[in-house]
Design a protein around this ligand. Structure first.
Ligand SMILES: [Fe+2]
Length: 349
């Protein structure tokens, strides 16, 4: 199906996007239609220069756990970027495919040191690393790598944070600015199968349980200015993996009705930012953390405003009134950036 004909979802090309600069603020001015978001946070609108301390930074990487030189290149770029700009990283979001290939000793495997603790050193990234599972984390090689990750999070002193299969956390801890809903996007395979070769996925019941949980969480009053949902698989993607129909069915309506500001994902090995006319949520793919790149299938001129086959990571700054998201390449160059207000106005920088 041509994306331009996607039922009920007008796409936004870069050209059209730049012409109209998304204005959900106009909607919000006459009363926000969203249940949870839209500047209702306790600190909303308090973004004066005198309140400059009320800002927090976090980094996002997806599809990073290769253990090879390319992962190290992205990790080095992250270190160089935050050091050069004196950015105090408050959190890292590890959005799946955290460990490719076998992990013989599970939570005690030496890869925890080489591919996580040392690769993203605490001396630079002295912060929690909130993690969710990707499809490769669901492999049994030879044991469940997902179980190993849940177990490793229980070890004393690690920054690795994965309290359960799906969870809610606010960031930063003091005076939080954003609510993360960390989701498991490993939906059941066709006909509800939970195994395909070495890959496993959640059960049909877990899908329903998570969906019920997500609805409950979105029904709660939002205590932060911004709401961000995380999943490994894209709901929408211009890359080889494409859209995920089950997530379009299950999650998109909830993000839309709750006014979630951003859906962050990986799985496609590239960097993207997609907007849909009339949709409050920005769809951001950050899958350039180290694995071999995938080609872009839908050009950003057709559905955008940004989709490029490039390694890198995403740097997000949050203040009480504004989120600024930047895709950054291996050379530390910001290759795409935009801001989003609490009332969903998006501006390309
Ligand atoms: Fe993946």
């Amino acid at each position: 199906m041509d994306v331009r004909d996607h039922p009920g979802i007008p796409v936004v090309s870069r050209r059209r996007f730049l012409k109209q600069t998304f204005a959900f603020s106009a909607l919000a001015a006459v009363g926000s239609p969203f249940l949870g978001c839209g500047g209702s946070g306790p600190q909303s609108g308090n973004d004066s220069p005198g309140n400059a301390a009320a800002a927090a930074d976090f980094l996002v990487i997806g599809d990073w756990g290769t253990g090879d030189a390319n992962q190290a290149l992205v990790a080095a770029a992250m270190q160089s970027y935050v050091t050069r700009q004196n950015i105090a990283t408050g959190a890292m979001l590890m959005i799946g495919d955290n460990f490719y290939t076998p992990m013989d000793d599970g939570a005690n495997d030496k890869r925890w040191q080489t591919q996580f603790e040392q690769m993203y050193p605490a001396g630079v990234f002295n912060c929690p690393a909130y993690a969710i599972p990707g499809n490769h984390d669901y492999e049994y090689l030879p044991i469940s790598k997902f179980s190993a990750q849940l177990e490793y999070a229980q070890k004393a002193g690690t920054r690795w944070t994965m309290p359960s299969q799906w969870y809610r956390v606010t960031f930063p801890t003091a005076n939080p600015l954003v609510t993360f809903l960390a989701l498991d996007s490993n939906m059941p395979f066709g006909n509800g199968a939970t195994r395909d070769g070495t890959f496993y996925c959640m059960t049909a019941q877990q899908r329903l349980d998570q969906l019920a949980w997500l609805k409950e969480e979105l029904a709660k009053p939002l205590t932060t200015p911004f709401l961000v949902a995380l999943g490994h698989h894209p709901i929408y993607s211009n890359g080889m993996r494409g859209d995920t129909p089950m997530l379009v069915q299950d999650w998109d309506p909830l993000l839309r009705s709750s006014g979630a500001h951003v859906y962050l994902c990986g799985h496609d090995h590239d960097l993207q930012h997609l907007e849909f006319a009339g949709h409050p949520t920005s769809f951001v793919v950050s899958g350039g953390g180290g694995a071999p790149l995938y080609r872009i299938v839908i050009d950003e001129s057709v559905r955008g405003p940004y989709a490029v086959q490039v390694n890198g990571f995403t740097h997000v700054t949050v203040t009480p009134a504004l989120m600024t998201l930047r895709h950054v390449d291996l050379n530390g160059n910001v290759v795409h950036a935009f801001t989003k207000t609490t009332d969903h106005k998006v501006t390309i920088l």
